[in-house]
Each structure stands twice: as structure tokens, then as C-alpha cells.
Design a protein around this ligand. Structure first.
Ligand code: F6R
Length: 609
């Protein structure tokens, strides 16, 4: 993981780098550091912990240099400590490197560099890069880097500066994301475009095995052998303030509240009225291809995986295509069978998750057509897919995914409804009903957000509980998994999501008054069975919070508390049920005083396998 930034221009580099790093802190916050060209050398400042510490250190000892690189770290090799923080430098301190990724052959490189007399200060894999560039440096930083990179195996997005050349910065990428921001008399590098959006709305999105040499007035793009390449500048579509908190206490809270408008954006131009077909530009599939599908394989990680599970359910139920859903990190191990006419649907908010990217490549190599459902435009996963349906959520900064999840669900529901219509596998009246319900989802979501006070009240009853169960059946089993994930990742309360049908096969032994159960019991095929499960929990003195549809009188007799959602078809309910579950997790965590936007040990974008 980790985030990198770099600046070359005429402003103090620390200001630009610290502001850029703030936008990247979601990528890790174990330590932060900066290197600035100043007085003929490089000044390095590093702190363990969050960026605020770096900002304080820089306020005490300001630096005025106008070229610098910065880093926010999620530790992979070596514990979070000052010495392991980036930037890492050559022994004489004249070359500095910031790195996101993992150098897989670092141990061998380190051994041979040590034999040549290089001394290492840190336990990191990154430090070998600084020494390698130093080894090959003969007065031309870019040439030294091109030589050094031939020795590297693994993943990297790199920013490199050299004290002997304060007018040049080198950046390169293999497998980890990198953009170059295009300014006027100033240029930038960063792990994502959000980090440079404050200063520019034009970037080059760098591909694998490409590098950039930046001066104040020029950007030269080449491959790693130095052959020139060309990229069209990408115009960032969102405004500079899209990544601000906008009066909310946390980004997560802001992003929960943004869901109605984001959903409208997501539907725009795709689903206009209940009677018209859904149009998914970017899907890149002909109707014949959709009709000819023999299998769909979903793959993703974490919250996106839960969205994939809902997608699998909908594709089988509506479009009648055999479907499976794999955790991306496990897909390769299973060596999945890819039949002719297999479609892979890859789900990712960031579009940069390493496991998901590896799974995508595996499926592509095996002959699957790949369509990704992605938020970040022009991300690696988007670019490597045959088709992309963007969820249009805008930047998601809070580490816990919220709006991306519901928009992934909305997008997958549109896809399944579209496939069913093309394949003629579902009743047209049911499909019409689904389309009408999807159009109503933004308004229903707003209604749910307006009920936040009721949810906060329920949170106040349970926030001190040590454990929680989330139960559901059918299309909402992933809602239970996602509800539990939201709670555990931001509150640190132990929470498990289960199919309610599994309870009697073991987990019910854990029920006792201190463990609360969230039971998703919406009207539909599995409602009666869910009522049975609630009764089983209640019979063992376990408190129950139900998620149920407005007007359900029965549920008030069964559950201790109810989080109400507006009526909708069961197949749509994973979208609306997610909202009270997000708010419940949020308010419980807020009552516990947790660092909601940056939970411990986590990073938003997991760019290592
Ligand atoms: C949890 C969460 C993670 C991500 C997962 C995949 O709230 O955000 O579980 O869903 O790391 O990330 P993307 O969607 O960027 O591939």
C-alpha cells in the first residue's frame, strides 16, 4: 500500500506534499515522511504515526525548498518506526526514494549490495532502490534509475530525487498506481489523482513499466528503456473540493450522506424509466454475447466481494446464468475452470487492489471476457478490462467503504436486469418492477438517512457489547457479511455475519445476553424462516435488532429494536438494508470514540498481495 507524492515548481514543496499526502492517508498511516531539496542537499523529515505529526514537525522546522517527495506508509517490511519510514536514502543522503509496492527480490539485492560495501539503515525492501540508484549514478538520475530498475522484481510506484540535480524528479511504475499531474511551471506525481486535484485537473495516468522525468516546465514520458511514449492527458471530472469533509465529522459520514445523489448519478443515462431498456455504455458486450453466456465468475475483495455475492445471486436468479463468486485472493489457488463464453465480473472501488488485479489477469489468461465494475476512472483494473461499467460514486476517502458498496449493488442490479431482459429469462412485469424500484432507490435512501436519529438511538443501546452476529438469508446473506464487516472494521467489536440457516449448526452456542444479533428480515421468500431464527435467538436471551420493512407489525413483536427500511422488492433490499447497517456501525464506533476514517491496521487501497 502506501501513498507517494512529489512536487517540482516554485512553491514550498512541503506545503504541496503534505496537502497531497492528506488525500492519500487512506492508503496507510503508520508513518509519514518527506525529502526536500534545500541548500544543495536533501532535508529529510520523518515521523511515526499519522501525517499530523509530520505537519507539526515541519511547522517547527520549516523547509523552503521547491522540489520534494513525500510518503505515507502502511508497513509491509519492517515495523512502523522512524528508521523504516520513507523517504529512504543512499548512504551519503544525496538520493532519496519514496515507494509504494513490494520489491520481491530485495533480500538478494540487499545481500549483494552489502557485499559491495553498502550499509543499510532500515529493515525495508525500499532501501535497496536508493542504494542501487546510487550505485549506477554517474551524473544522470534518469539513466541511473533505468539501469537500477532492471535489477528490481516486484511492484513499485516510485518517486526519486537527487541533491545533485534539484531541477529534476524521476517517477516510475510497475503494478502500483501512479499519476503525473500537469501544472503550469510546476508538475506533480502522486499515487492517485485526488492527491493533485487541488492544483490541477489534468494528469497523465502512467502504465506499467513506464517512467516520467519531471522538471518545472516539462514532463518526459518513456518506457523503462528510455523510448519515448505518449499519453493523452486525462481530465479529472470532479471538482477540487470533492474530497473535503463538507461539515461532516468524518468522511465516512459524508459518504453515507452522499449516497442518494451518487445513486442518481449512477442511474443517469442508464435507466431513465421503468419501461425502457437499461443502457450500460462501457459494458462492451453485444446482445448475442449476453445471450450466449455459459458462466459468470465474480471476483473481488472485502466489501466489493460482498457486492459480488449479491451480483452472483441476481445473475442466477434473473439472467439464469450459472454464476460463482470468488475471493480474489483465493481465485488462483482454485484454478477455476473457464468455459468458452465465460464472463468475469471484477468488482473494485479503487480499481487498484492487487489481489483483484491478479485474479483479473488469471481469468483473462484463461480466456474469459472481463467486465469490471469500478469506481476509480482509468485505474489499472478498469484499463485491463474488456469492458468497464463505472459506478460513478466520486472519491471515497473513508477507509470503510459505504457509497461504493451501494453503488456497486445498484450497478450489478442494473446489469442483471439488463441481462435478464436480453436473455428473456425473467417475467417482463417483474423486470419492470425492478427497474421502477431502482429508480426509487435514491429517494428511499434519502428517507433512510433522514431516520439517522432513530439509528443513533439503537446504537446507544448496543455500543458497549463485546460481540455481534449479523444474520440473513437469500439475497441478503451478503448484507449480513457486510454489516458485520462494517462494524468490526471501524468499532473493533467482534462481529460475524452468517446465513441464518447456519446458526443451528454451531454458532447458536455463542448466544447470550451480551451478544446482540442484527437480523435482516425483509418481506420476501425467506421472511418466515428469518422470524423462526429470531425466535431461536430470543429463546436463548439474545437481544435482537431487526432490519425490516415499514409496516411490518409482526417484527415489532419479535425483535427488541427495529431498523426500518422502506418497502421494495426483496432483490433490491440489499441496497437499502445497507444504509441502516452503515449508520449503526458508524454511530456505535463514534460513541466508542474510534478513529472512524482511519481504523487501526487498515489502509483503503490494498496494493500488495
Ligand atoms: C471495507 C473495504 C474493503 C475493500 C477491499 C477491496 O470497508 O473497503 O474491504 O472493499 O479492500 O477494495 P477495492 O474495492 O478498492 O478493490
Amino acid at each position: 500500500m502506501c501513498g507517494i507524492v512529489g512536487y517540482i515548481g516554485d512553491r514550498p514543496a512541503t506545503e504541496v506534499c503534505v496537502a497531497g499526502l492528506r488525500r492519500l492517508e487512506y492508503r496507510g498511516y503508520d508513518s509519514a515522511g518527506i525529502a526536500v531539496a534545500e541548500n544543495g542537499g536533501l532535508e529529510i523529515v520523518k515521523v511515526v504515526g499519522k501525517l499530523d505529526g509530520l505537519a507539526e514537525a515541519l511547522a517547527e522546522n520549516p523547509l523552503s525548498g521547491t522540489m520534494g517527495i513525500g510518503h505515507t506508509r502502511w508497513a509491509t517490511h519492517g515495523k512502523p518506526s522512524e528508521v523504516n519510514s520513507h523517504p529512504h536514502t543512499s548512504m551519503d543522503g544525496r538520493i532519496a526514494v519514496v515507494h509504494n509496492g513490494i520489491i520481491e527480490n530485495y533480500a538478494d539485492l540487499r545481500d549483494s549490495l552489502q557485499e559491495e560495501g553498502y550499509e543499510f539503515a532500515s529493515e525495508t525492501d525500499t532501501e535497496v532502490i536508493a542504494h542501487l540508484v546510487d550505485k549506477y549514478y554517474k551524473g544522470d538520475l534518469a539513466a541511473a534509475f533505468r539501469r537500477a530498475v532492471k535489477d528490481l522484481e516486484g511492484a513499485f510506484a516510485l518517486g526519486i530525487v537527487c541533491a545533485d540535480d534539484p531541477d529534476q524528479m524521476v517517477a516510475a511504475r510497475r503494478f502500483s498506481p501512479l499519476v503525473v499531474g500537469i501544472g503550469d511551471g510546476e508538475n506533480f506525481i502522486a499515487s492517485d489523482m485526488g492527491a493533485v486535484r487541488e492544483w490541477t485537473d489534468r494528469v497523465y495516468v502512467i502504465d506499467d513499466d513506464e517512467m516520467a522525468v519531471l522538471t518545472r516546465h516539462d514532463i518526459v514520458l518513456t518506457d523503462l528503456d528510455g523510448n519515448p511514449i505518449e499519453h493523452e492527458p486525462y481530465q479529472i471530472p470532479w471538482p477540487a473540493d470533492a474530497a473535503e469533509k463538507g461539515g461532516h465529522k468524518h468522511f465516512m459520514h459524508k459518504e453515507i450522506h452522499e449516497q442518494p445523489s451518487a445513486m442518481r448519478e449512477c442511474l443517469l443515462g442508464r435507466l431513465t424509466d421503468a419501461d425502457s431498456p437499461i443502457k450500460l455504455d462501457g459494458l462492451n458486450m453485444t446482445e448475442d454475447e449476453i445471450r450466449g453466456l455459459r458462466k459468470i465468475v465474480f471476483t473481488a475483495c472485502g466489501t466489493a466481494y460482498h457486492a459480488g455475492l449479491v451480483g452472483r445471486f441476481l445473475m442466477e436468479k434473473l439472467a439464469r446464468v450459472p454464476a460463482e463468486c470468488d475471493l480474489a485472493a483465493e481465485l488462483r489457488a482454485r484454478d477455476p475452470v473457464v468455459l468458452e463464453d465465460t464472463l468475469a465480473i471484477v468488482v473494485s472501488q479503487s480499481g487498484e487492489t492487487a489481489d483483484t488485479l491478479v485474479a483479473l489477469r488469471e481469468l483473462k489468461d484463461k480466456g474469459a471476457k472481463v467486465v469490471s465494475v469500478v469506481n476509480t476512472v482509468d485505474s489499472s483494473i478498469a484499463r485491463e478490462s474488456d469492458g468497464v461499467v463505472y459506478i460513478q460514486a466520486g472519491p471515497e476517502i473513508g477507509v470503510a467503504s459505504t457509497k461504493a458498496y451501494t453503488l456497486q449493488l445498484l450497478t450489478l442490479t442494473m446489469m442483471a436486469t439488463h441481462f435478464a431482459a436480453v436473455r428473456g429469462t425473467a417475467n417482463e412485469e417483474d423486470l419492470r418492477d425492478l427497474r421502477a424500484s431502482m429508480l426509487g432507490v435514491p429517494e428511499q435512501t434519502q428517507e433512510l438517512i433522514d431516520r439517522e436519529d432513530d439509528i443513533r438511538e439503537v446504537a446507544s443501546k448496543y455500543y458497549e457489547a463485546p460481540d455481534a452476529f449479523y444474520l440473513a438469508r437469500g439475497v441478503n446473506v451478503p448484507s449480513a457479511l457486510e454489516g458485520a464487516l462494517k462494524l468490526k472494521e471501524i468499532s473493533y467489536i467482534h462481529a460475524e455475519g452468517y446465513s441464518a440457516g447456519e446458526m443451528k449448526h454451531g454458532p447458536i452456542a455463542l448466544i447470550e445476553p451480551n451478544l446482540f444479533t442484527v437480523a435482516i428480515a425483509v418481506e420476501g421468500e425467506v421472511y418466515e424462516k428469518m422470524i423462526g431464527n429470531i425466535q431461536e435467538v430470543k429463546a436463548r436471551s439474545g437481544p435482537v435488532v431487526a432490519v425490516a420493512m415499514d409496516g411490518d407489525a409482526e417484527i415489532t413483536r419479535q425483535a427488541d429494536d427495529v431498523l426500518w427500511i422502506p418497502e421494495c422488492p426483496e432483490l433490491i433490499s440489499p441496497i437499502t438494508a445497507a444504509i441502516p447497517l452503515q449508520l449503526l456501525a458508524y454511530h456505535i464506533s463514534d460513541m466508542l470514540g474510534r478513529e472512524i476514517d482511519q481504523p487501526r491496521n487498515l489502509a483503503k487501497t490494498v496494493t500488495v498481495e
